[in-house]
Design a protein around this ligand. Structure first.
Ligand SMILES: Cc1ncc(COP(=O)(O)O)c(C=O)c1O
Length: 389
């Protein structure tokens, strides 16, 4: 047997706890049990047919090789036109770097900005991988505990109070995973003001920007052109498996991003990029907007249904497809609750533990990436489980 010598950073990079739960759910399903899934962070809708057709056509046309590291010029132009049409913001296509998902964008941004030991401020609860992108470049993630009083988001005051000499950047997500909450444009401007006055960089993850309900969204690009804004084809566009996203970067950082992208990725998938050209076409957007509407209806069904059986919410989240419930009235161990629920009733949910160390045992994330009928059955089963304990 050879001696295993894993780098020390891997002690701090842990797998998602929900993966164990998912594996168990699959096992139960393989044995014929019915499982209602409310744990998965990806749309249940498949990629729109126009995009699939364009992907097939790209393969037939021989687009099977590397592309420019920053992406095919057509796609960068189409993304730029999207910002103009949707938000009235003019973005030079040169500032748009196409990446393998938002994950690729986060990897590149951390790679070009963060020196070993430098801190990145972020929220707790937050997207689990954020910490790990910082760990990967030997930086220091600094998750700040946030709660309902700030809509589970950072504020200018929190950023100001947490800033130290080692702080290099702030990473925000609006709407957020796991809470679905937004940062108002005014607050984003104030946070940007603080970060700028400290000489740091502001990074805004807009991956759920297309999934905002009952109000108009904005892009941080409208606030300033020294903000790193990342986005993805995964969620709104229903393209998780195509592995495609982008970052809009300040002019001064473009060369470094292109250089790192060349070295790490060489290029994004060519067929995926040609397929994504169709993602912004009017008929595709029409389908995506219908889906957005469906997500809104699901949220409006699930939130009161969960409240009725004892889960608490400080406010109605306005985006993404997640509800982050306070489950403290039902359990003081959300992890156990999730496991026992899966075994007893075949409902899969994500315990707070995956999203940080801010009272995780009192929280559960529900993803409404499932139809209303299935979710109604899920809620019935959860109610039965609660009664039986
Ligand atoms: C907030 C947030 N950022 C980034 C990602 C990464 O997404 P992808 O790499 O598929 O674009 C996710 C995925 O769940 C997410 O929730």
């Amino acid at each position: 047997m050879i001696e295993k010598k894993i780098a020390r950073r891997m002690e701090r990079i842990v797998p998602f706890y929900v993966m164990d739960l998912l594996a168990r759910a699959k096992e139960l399903e393989a044995r014929g049990r019915s499982v209602i899934h409310m744990e998965v962070g990806e749309p249940d809708f498949t990629t729109p047919p126009q995009v699939i057709a364009a992907g097939k056509a790209a393969l037939d046309a021989g687009h099977t090789g590397y592309t420019a590291a920053s992406g095919i010029p057509e796609l960068r132009r189409v993304i730029s036109a999207h910002y103009q049409e949707r938000f009235g913001v003019s973005v030079d296509p040169r500032r748009i770097i196409v990446t393998p998902g938002a994950s690729g964008a986060l990897q590149l941004i951390m790679g070009i900005l963060i020196n070993p030991g430098e801190q990145v401020l972020m929220t707790d609860p937050g997207y689990p991988c954020n910490k790990n992108f910082v760990e990967f470049v030997s930086g220091q993630p600094l998750p700040l505990h946030v709660g309902p009083d700030t809509g589970y988001q950072l504020t200018a005051e929190l950023v100001e109070a947490a800033w130290t000499e080692s702080t290099r950047a702030v990473l925000l997500a609006t709407p957020s995973n796991p809470t679905g909450t937004l940062i108002s444009r005014e607050e984003m401007e104030r946070i940007h003001g603080v970060v700028k006055s400290r000489g740091g960089s502001l990074i805004v993850d807009e991956i759920y920007q297309g999934l905002i309900y009952g109000m108009d969204g904005y892009t941080a690009l409208a606030i300033a052109d020294d903000i790193f804004v990342l986005n993805s084809f995964s969620k709104y566009f229903g393209m998780t498996g195509w592995r495609l996203g982008w970052v809009v970067a300040p002019e001064e950082y473009l060369d470094s991003l292109d250089c790192l992208s060349q070295n790490i990725f060489l290029s994004c998938s060519a067929p995926s990029q040609y397929a994504a050209l169709q993602a912004f076409s009017p008929d595709c957007i029409e389908i995506l907007e219908q889906r957005r509407h469906a997500f809104q209806q699901r949220r409006d069904f699930l939130l009161p249904a969960l409240q009725d059986i004892g889960f608490e919410f400080a406010a109605v989240p306005q985006g993404a497809f997640y509800l982050y419930a306070n489950s403290s009235g039902l359990t003081d161990d959300s992890f156990r609750f999730a496991y026992d629920l899966l075994e007893a009733e075949g409902v899969a949910i994500t315990p707070g533990k995956d999203f940080g160390s801010n009272r995780p045992e009192q929280h559960i994330r529900f993803a409404y990436t499932n139809g209303i009928e299935n979710m109604a059955e899920g809620v019935r089963r959860i109610a039965r489980f609660i009664k039986s304990r």
